[in-house]
Design a binder for this molecule. Structure first.
Ligand code: FAD
Length: 809
């Protein structure tokens, strides 16, 4: 007899794949939540049952690596708890390199692994062969080896998690499909199912490739796309060890895994095949597509060259199954911005088995506490925006991301599909002026300007790239004269209402100006004191504030602010990103230039002022603020007026400059970048931003209590700037910091400072016994860059400061 659905559950998890079962397990076990899981068919019957089962751990984000490491720890010990095996085998993983670019990528990867506490080894071709004697290694430069990676049985782990969830009180219902939601006051009040409605407090959409259409039932946009993915299972391979490591051979676009004496192998094609742009049928249960040997031939050819023994081995079976992929290759977690209590864990890009255990752990915490437990920005649903509602755009970009799965990851690489999407009115003009554009959350933004006779195209490489000198010229012009940056893509919000000031005082860690016409730079903190947003708030009037934040943080920051406006206050948030454009005029000559195009007395605009004045014939809000460490003005004006204002400014002789120059300039000045240097895991105290806190006042704000507690104890990490003695080093972030020869942390960002003439990096130096300026400056430092130790100098003050004209390096 089938169990009856309860009338109410605290949390309803939708989907019985590995992610739903892991989430239900952690909700029940870690949080003692009253949780039910609804699966329209049978547990594992979506994408999970046919996964190949490779489990890798290393990602470019420390927190996501932590999530994947957690999966491995869980898969190791789950059987002891539930009595059901997970098939976990720590076979290790070999990644093969056949060219120097790939080899450099692995050297950097091994350094990242070391930064994140993992021992990735670099092996010669013959050492590689010793670990997997059947490999043809003649074309190899070498390989990387991570001994703690492995493989597991996707269905077994999922059944084990489901059993664990039940043991901790979760109820799992198979054969019950979700048909819709009752939504009341912006929150899900009930889940409508094929067996009636369940009232609930929170919903978690773990619907795999169905998650998009489940989201749509609640008005939530979930940008993912089902794509067909194939692998084959061979007969027994002579001489194959059961302990053989898994293999990733990205230059041949293939992967391999040992399975009962045979091999499982598949790959990532440059020409992937979308499944459907329609809804995925609810009846798709334990189903596969027809074998597509024509499409698989490319992998077959490459696999035979790598493992010649396969020529004599029969194929038992082909698996051609769908999996959901996303436009940036990362999965999707977190609270949907559209609703108050709708969470997601989906879009796993063919690493849902590797990620499932850990994703369920952090997602359960997020669901119960309303706040991510660690820095999950790279997988946060709020990294997407409104235009991701376009299915054709998502499909196009997702196919590109899938096709790049195994290509060499060059620094600064840009996607090419689905562009241009959002353009400033200056786009065509800047293009003809030589702009080479990058794209950020849909916006085309000039990265750099090619001088006459130079092609405005990035040539990617592992060393310095073709734009290096041209960005240097823009940088110097800004330092010595003035440059104009089109920063129209800035996310911009207005907060209006009688209680707007009160709301901002509570949401922001810095004091909100009491006078009209003033602005403040502030962080927005979580309850742990970690930095959730980093932005500028300008007070236009007592009941009218203008908020400016980074392009990529539009949905994230909007929803953080909206979610934290205390109930009952009169304060309404509106996104005005596409109403106003922004031109930043920066450099020592900027005041002179402004004076020539404005009627107002520019010298009366002091640092931190915002004034509405006429610029180039149009009303504009002028914010006296800088991200490049120079005298400068941000001019915010209705988008349509931007070309006039731009022309007026350019007639006075500043240069065009782009985002790569901004990056170099801000590194010299030591400004922090959110998502890299400052994240939800870092407090302003640790980041050297204690001066931007109103702790001395008695005003309450989100994160205050945690900061007060932390300020009474010694800090365990502090942000430090570094320059390297060698000038030719390429710093990218995640390089290991050694203090007196021992691990002390890793870089959060890296680049080059053209004024100081040196590579620059920032990162937290850690010491569990406490840290101080004396401790920091008394050490001797090296950075490990692509496995090479490079001498470095630590700096606690900006490397360049325009006001004091201090240049230190
Ligand atoms: C060929 C192939 C090989 C792969 N190999 C690997 C690998 O080696 N390593 C790795 O880590 N990953 C691999 N993957 C990826 C892995 O399979 C997925 O990432 C993972 O299974 C996703 O799990 P999930 O729980 O998100 O989705 P699913 O397993 O698809 O679960 C979603 C569930 O939601 C249910 N559902 C949907 N709609 C509703 C509704 N309205 N009401 C109720 N229930 C609903 C579905 O029936 C389904 O069971 C591979 C994928 C493929 C296709």
């Amino acid at each position: 007899m089938t169990k009856a659905l309860p009338a109410h559950a605290q949390v309803v998890v939708i989907g019985g794949g590995i992610v739903g079962c892991s989430t239900a397990y952690h909700l029940a076990k870690d949080h003692k939540a009253d949780v039910i899981l609804l699966e329209q068919n049978k547990i594992t019957s979506g994408s999970t049952w046919h996964a190949a089962g490779l489990v890798g751990q290393l990602r470019s984000s420390a927190s996501i690596t932590q999530v994947l490491k957690y999966s491995v720890d869980l898969y190791k010990k789950l059987e002891a708890e539930t009595g059901l095996q997970t098939g976990w085998k720590m076979s290790g993983c070999l990644r093969l390199a056949t060219n120097q670019d790939r080899w450099t990528e692995y050297k950097r990867l091994a350094t990242t692994a070391q930064s994140f506490g993992m021992d990735m080894q670099l092996l010669s071709p013959s050492e590689t062969k010793q670990l997997f004697p059947l490999l043809e290694v003649a074309d190899l430069v070498g390989s990387s080896y991570l001994p703690t990676d492995g493989q597991a049985s996707p269905s077994d782990i999922t059944q084990s998690l489901a059993k664990g969830a039940r043991m901790h009180g979760a109820q799992i219902f198979e054969g019950i499909g979700v048909l819709g939601f009752d939504i009341v006051n912006g929150a899900v009040a009930g889940v409508v199912t094929t067996q009636g409605t369940v009232k609930c407090d929170r919903v978690v959409n773990c619907g795999g490739m169905w998650a998009r259409q489940i989201g749509a039932m609640a008005g939530v946009s979930v940008p993912l796309q089902p794509i067909k993915h194939q692998y084959v299972i061979t007969e027994k391979v002579d001489g194959l060890s059961p302990d053989a490591p898994t293999i990733r051979d990205p230059d041949r676009r293939t992967y391999f895994k040992e399975e009962v004496g045979g091999l499982v192998f598949g790959g990532y094609e440059p020409n992937p095949i979308t499944w459907t742009l329609e809804d995925v049928p609810s009846t798709f249960e334990f189903e596969l597509f027809d074998d597509n040997w024509d499409h698989f031939e490319q992998h077959m050819t490459q696999a035979l060259l790598r493992i010649p023994a396969l020529e004599k081995t029969g194929i038992k079976k082909m698996i051609n199954g769908p999996e959901s992929f996303t436009p940036d290759g990362n999965f999707i977690l977190g609270k949907a911005p559209e609703l108050k209590n709708f969470y997601l864990g989906c879009g796993f890009n063919a690493f849902g088995i590797a990620a499932g255990g850990g994703a369920g752990w952090v997602l359960a915490d997020w669901v119960m506490k309303g706040e991510a437990p660690t820095d999950l920005w790279s997988v946060d649903i709020r990294r997407f925006s409104n235009f991701h509602k376009s299915r054709t755009w998502v499909n196009e970009r997702t196919l590109e991301a899938y096709g790049k799965h195994y290509t060499v990851g060059f620094p600064h690489e840009e996607y090419t599909s689905g562009r241009p999407k959002l353009k400033s009115p200056l786009y065509d003009h800047l293009k003809s002026a030589g702009a080479c554009f990058g794209s950020k959350l849909g916006w085309e933004r000039p990265n750099w300007f090619a001088p006459k006779g130079v092609e405005s195209v990035d040539h990617y490489s592992m060393g310095r790239q073709n734009w290096f000198d041209h960005v240097g010229a823009e940088h110097r012009s800004v330092r010595e004269h003035a440059g104009v940056f089109d920063q129209s893509s800035f996310a911009k919000f207005e907060l209006k209402g009688r209680d707007a000031f009160q709301a901002l005082q509570y949401i922001c860690a810095n004091a909100i100006p009491k006078n009209d016409g003033r602005l403040v730079y502030t962080q927005l903190l979580n309850t742990r004191g970690g930095i959730e947003c980093d932005l500028t708030v300008a007070r236009l009037a007592e009941d009218h504030f203008y908020i400016v934040t980074g392009t990529g943080f539009r949905a994230h920051d909007y929803s953080w602010i909206a979610d934290h406006i205390p109930g009952g206050l009169d304060a309404k948030l509106v996104d005005v990103t596409e109403v106003y454009g922004t031109l930043s005029l920066m450099g020592p000559k900027s005041r002179e230039i402004m004076q020539k195009v404005c009627s107002a007395h520019i010298s009366t605009i002091k640092f931190g002022d915002v004034k509405v004045i006429n610029v180039g014939g149009h009303q504009a809000s002028v914010l006296r603020i800088t991200y490049v460490g120079e005298l400068g003005f941000e001019i915010h004006a209705p988008l349509a007026t931007l070309p006039d204002i731009y022309s007026a400014l350019m007639r006075q002789g500043p240069v065009n400059a782009g985002y790569r120059a901004i990056e170099s300039l801000r590194l010299e000045k030591g400004y922090r970048a959110w998502g890299a240097d400052i994240t939800p895991n870092d407090t302003p105290l640790e980041a050297g931003l204690g001066w931007a806190l109103k702790l001395k006042s008695d005003i309450d704000f989100v994160g205050r209590a945690a900061l007060m507690e932390k300020s009474e104890q010694p800090l365990k990490k502090m942000m430090v700037g570094f320059t390297t003695e060698r000038e030719d080093v390429v710093l990218l972030g995640r390089e290991t910091i050694l203090r007196d020869g021992k691990f002390a942390g890793y870089l959060t960002s890296g680049g080059y400072g053209y004024t100081v003439g040196k590579p620059i990096g920032y990162g937290y130096v850690r010491n569990m016994d406490g840290i101080s300026a004396d401790y920091l400056m008394s050490g001797s430092y090296e950075l490990v860059v692509a496995q090479e130790r490079v001498k470095a100098v630590a700096h606690l003050k900006p490397l360049y400061d325009a006001e004091n004209l201090r240049i230190k390096a």
